[in-house]
Design a binder for this molecule. Structure first.
Ligand SMILES: [Fe+2]
Ligand SMILES: [Fe+2]
Length: 460
């Protein structure tokens, strides 16, 4: 009885006293979107109210957007030129002091990158509406049209896995704001379409930090492909930046209030300014603090795992690790007793020899990221003085390793089941099923990738 179910929505909204934390909302929308929708609505409304107070650099009229995109792009590329000139003159990296700093950044922006494109999900059911064509196209491109080696979320997941950075749930709430907004927009497109279009306009412009990040990651021997891809795919001529401006014009109401529509676009655009930005994450890095954080965490499982044979400054390792807040003193004691020689090649430190290398007694205790933090902390000045400050050529890993077509047996069971299921459905239900699987929570998995490839064929 649809008439009876109508009043439940606003009531559900009223029952929601205040929005949950961005982290809880983010995880909720990824795990079970339906029950999280009232909270997502309240959250989005609150974020839009915050955004409305910020200054907006969009042109007064939507007709000027095309020019505005080009002008912004020119400014960014000029600033990048200047950056490159300073580097050529021997200036140090602007963003990443060392490799650990760069990995810290990759982890810090992960909540946003792992839902890349998600704000556009809600336009899929309207895929036949010509006004939304560019947005549907952009979503499909974020998903790599179902090819894992081009799916932005798959690529980012690979990057995190490569450096063992997958543990992101302990990041602060501010780290989850952008991702929570994106998911909320994606799941509430029916009620926030102009805001979604505005958010997309802001997100898809080429930012200076993307260019610098790409350059400096490469320099540090970290695969910059994910970032490089966004420099090209979001380009201002034919790429997402251009398409984003096009989408505003395509959706301007002819009969309704175009001014009111554009006002809502502007507010959605300003959502890009909230939460922790990429440069905010970069600036929040403190090597020692981050090293202490991961070692404190490790101490929780390492307590009582050491023999009492070895004492440092009169205390056993177990005693050092028994209480939180002692890591700083413990490291200082290790330094004092000659286990660690700061500002030298870490290979010279006994402590480093214990943790690094296949035959090291503590091999496997620390993740790649944790080792990098420890390494760069020990190395300190030695890194600056001893390492040549010139770009290194990065050899990308073989991206075809995960070729979905090579799967068989149980590894492809899901896809086979999906193909069987789709054969039993009529055209409408079939499309609906594909769209379900293309959600931000599923599109990067084998079934979601297959669904995306099948859906992309409908578009062709
Ligand atoms: Fe993307
Ligand atoms: Fe994009």
């Amino acid at each position: 009885m649809p008439m009876l179910s109508l009043p439940t929505q606003p009531q559900a909204d009223r029952l929601q006293p205040s929005p949950p934390s961005p982290t809880a909302l983010y995880l909720g929308l990824q795990n079970a979107p339906e029950p999280s929708l009232p909270a997502a609505r309240a959250f989005l409304q609150e974020q839009l109210n915050k955004a409305a107070k910020l200054t907006c650099d969009l042109p007064d009229s939507p007709e000027q957007l095309g020019q505005w995109v080009i002008a912004g792009n020119t400014r960014t590329t000029q600033a990048y030129r200047e950056y490159l000139d300073t580097r050529k003159q021997g200036q140090p990296r602007r963003y990443f002091a060392n490799r650990a700093h760069a990995l810290f950044f990759l982890r810090g922006v992960a909540p946003t990158k792992l839902v890349d494109g998600s704000w556009l999900y809600g336009v899929l059911p309207q895929w036949q509406d010509l006004r939304l064509h560019t947005l549907v196209r952009t979503y499909l491109e974020e998903l790599g049209e179902g090819e894992p080696e081009q799916n932005h979320v798959v690529l980012y997941k690979q990057l995190l896995a490569q450096h063992e950075l997958e543990d992101i749930e302990s990041l602060s709430a501010a780290h989850f704001v952008q991702g929570a907004q994106q998911l909320a927009l994606g799941h509430l497109a029916t009620d926030f379409l102009p805001e979604l279009i505005g958010y997309n306009l802001g997100y898809e412009q080429l930012p200076l930090h993307l260019l610098i990040t790409t350059y400096e990651l490469n320099e540090l021997g970290i695969d910059p492909y994910y970032f490089q891809l966004h420099v090209t795919i979001d380009n201002a001529d034919t790429g997402h930046a251009h398409k984003a401006a096009r989408a505003v014009l395509d959706n301007l109401p002819v009969t309704g209030d175009a001014q009111e529509f554009y006002q809502r676009v502007r507010r959605g655009y300003q959502l890009n300014e909230l939460g922790l930005s990429s440069t905010g994450v970069i600036n929040s890095f403190n090597l020692e603090q981050e090293l202490h954080r991961v070692l404190e965490q490790k101490a929780l499982v390492a307590r009582n795992m050491h023999s009492d044979f070895c004492r440092i400054e009169g205390r056993t390792i177990n005693e050092w690790l028994s209480q939180t807040g002692q890591i700083g003193d413990f490291l200082a004691a290790l330094e004092k007793r000659g286990w660690i020689h700061r500002d030298e090649d870490p290979a010279q430190s006994r402590f480093w020899q214990l943790v690094q290398g296949n035959r090291a007694p503590m091999f496997g205790v620390f993740s790649a990221y944790e080792l990098q933090l420890l390494h760069d902390w020990i190395a300190g000045e030695w890194l600056i003085n001893d390492q040549p400050n010139r770009p290194r050529r990065f050899i990308p890993p073989n991206r075809n390793q995960q070729d979905h077509r090579a799967r068989a047996g149980d590894f492809s069971a899901e896809q086979q089941l999906l193909e069987q299921e789709l054969r039993t459905l009529d055209d409408n239900s079939r499309t609906q099923r594909l769209i379900e699987l293309m959600s931000p929570a599923h599109h990067y998995k084998p079934a979601g990738l297959l669904a995306t490839r099948l859906f992309a064929r409908l578009q062709a």
